[in-house]
Design a protein around this ligand. Structure first.
Ligand SMILES: [Zn+2]
Ligand SMILES: [Zn+2]
Length: 454
């Protein structure tokens, strides 16, 4: 095959520029009939182990998209996680192509761009669950998919050459706390319509059983709230609105007001309020006032559970926050996992908080369920493969070990065509399954270098 040619009318291609062979920085292209569709446009963020250093932000190298921009029919953003949308406001002006996403996702894109002093994309089109959108020769159905942020969408992408089901990040969640629970019937009907290739999240493929439900954190958090008399500070991912709502509701029942420390939490909570996701009984209190309240009446959500320098938890740990000073009797709950690469910084954060007299609870030192992942384990994957019955599986959203584990699961479910590759490889789905290795040049640019060159 001439690798310089565009996809023809009989071709259906998948081309990852980021997120395949790594966790983070997802940017996928789907090619058909000389046209391209972009799914997600994310960044990679790693906390630095150097004291005081800012997190490293990386942006995918998009020379190929820049050259193909006249064929680009749409940019679809699956959900409001930065590894899926974070590069959009930095790159969009090069392509000027309409961006599609749900109301919550678009609201987060808009507010996060403004928070960083960037202009959000000018052309944004809101989609709803069940919508069908047309982008050149691609027809897309937006399906609700349970994950760890609201309004996450899986995409059924149909062309005259075949159909791709792009899972986005997902897990089977029967009690997601916000939004509807996982509906097997919806996915069974996608399977009945016929799926040529299933592009599937591999993050937790090495873990057996089912992924735990968002609802599983409720009993443990309730027990902690019943026993603690000091301030309760919770570090969690700002985008996990269900988590924030669940814990804030428990706080209401134990007579606590709820404060937010950190800009990204305030932004996400604003977006969630706008969509009506947060319980009306929650007693929100301004950050400036929270230091004056009796300690047993306080719940604080704080940014920086990955040890990010300058975030609220790191300021609390160095006793340099202007609103709150931690004390003996206060408890800091990490309702989050440690993103690989951040282990050292997070451990040092735990130590500093303990040195101030605070009790630190994290998934590694308590039997209570403080955090659940938003990604599929082995049984989630098996269930989905049985529902979707794809001809081909393409494992993505994972490092090599995760992709291999997902591939093995797919094969053991009787799917013989599993295309395993990495960023820059071209996955030919139709007319015949094949991979062309290193089809395009890929890479990543640290944010300062990106700014210098753009
Ligand atoms: Zn992701
Ligand atoms: Zn995600």
């Amino acid at each position: 095959m001439d690798i310089n040619r565009n996809p023809g009318i009989h071709d259906l291609w998948f081309l990852p520029l980021g997120g395949c062979g790594e966790i983070g920085m997802n940017l996928n292209l789907i090619g058909h009939n000389s046209e391209w569709l972009m799914v997600d446009c994310g960044i990679n963020i790693t906390s630095s182990a150097l004291p005081g250093a800012q997190p490293l932000i990386e942006i995918p190298y998009t020379d190929f998209v820049d050259k193909q921009k006249s064929g680009l029919q749409g940019i679809l953003i699956t959900h409001a996680h930065e590894d899926h949308f974070g590069a959009l406001s930095l790159l969009w002006r090069r392509w000027q192509c309409p961006v599609f996403g749900t109301a919550f996702t678009l609201s987060v894109i808009r507010r996060k761009a403004l928070m960083r002093g960037l202009a959000p994309p000018d052309l944004m089109v809101e989609t709803k669950f069940g919508d069908k959108t047309q982008h050149g020769s691609f027809s897309v159905t937006w399906h609700p998919m349970t994950h760890s942020t609201p309004e996450n969408c899986a995409l059924e992408i149909t062309t005259s050459a075949g159909t791709i089901f792009h899972s986005s990040d997902w897990k089977v969640d029967k009690s997601p706390q916000i939004g509807k629970s996982f509906r097997p019937k919806r996915f069974a009907s996608i399977g009945e319509r016929g799926v040529d290739a299933f592009i599937c999240d591999s993050t937790n493929a090495q873990d057996t059983g089912f992924s735990a439900s968002e609802g599983d954190i409720v009993p443990g958090v309730k027990r902690i709230f019943a026993n603690e008399m000091g301030r309760i500070i919770v570090g969690c991912f700002s985008s996990n609105i269900a988590r924030i709502n669940t814990i804030a509701k428990i706080a209401v029942n134990s007579g606590r007001f709820v404060g937010l420390l950190g800009r990204s939490l305030s932004v996400m909570v604003e977006c969630a309020k706008e969509r009506g996701f947060l319980d009306s009984s929650i007693n929100w209190v301004d950050a400036e006032h929270i230091g004056y309240l009796p300690k047993n009446e306080v719940l604080i959500f704080a940014t920086g559970s990955q040890g990010e320098h300058g975030a609220a938890l790191s300021k609390l740990a160095t006793d340099s926050h202007r609103s709150v000073s931690l004390d003996t009797g206060d408890v800091v709950i990490f309702s989050s996992s440690v993103i690989p690469g951040n282990e050292f910084v997070v451990k040092s954060l735990f130590r500093k908080l303990e040195e101030l007299g605070a009790k630190v609870l994290h998934p590694g030192n308590t039997d209570e369920t403080l955090h659940v992942s938003g990604h599929p384990c082995e049984n989630d994957l098996r269930q989905m493969y049985e529902l979707i019955k794809p001809k081909i599986v393409i494992p993505v959203h994972g490092e090599k070990g995760h992709l291999d584990a997902n591939a093995n699961i797919a094969q053991s479910c009787g799917i013989s065509d599993v295309l395993k590759g990495t960023n820059g490889d071209l996955f030919c789905i139709r007319p015949k399954p094949a991979i062309i290795r290193r089809f395009i040049k890929i890479g990543r640019l640290p944010l300062p270098e990106f700014r210098k060159n753009s």
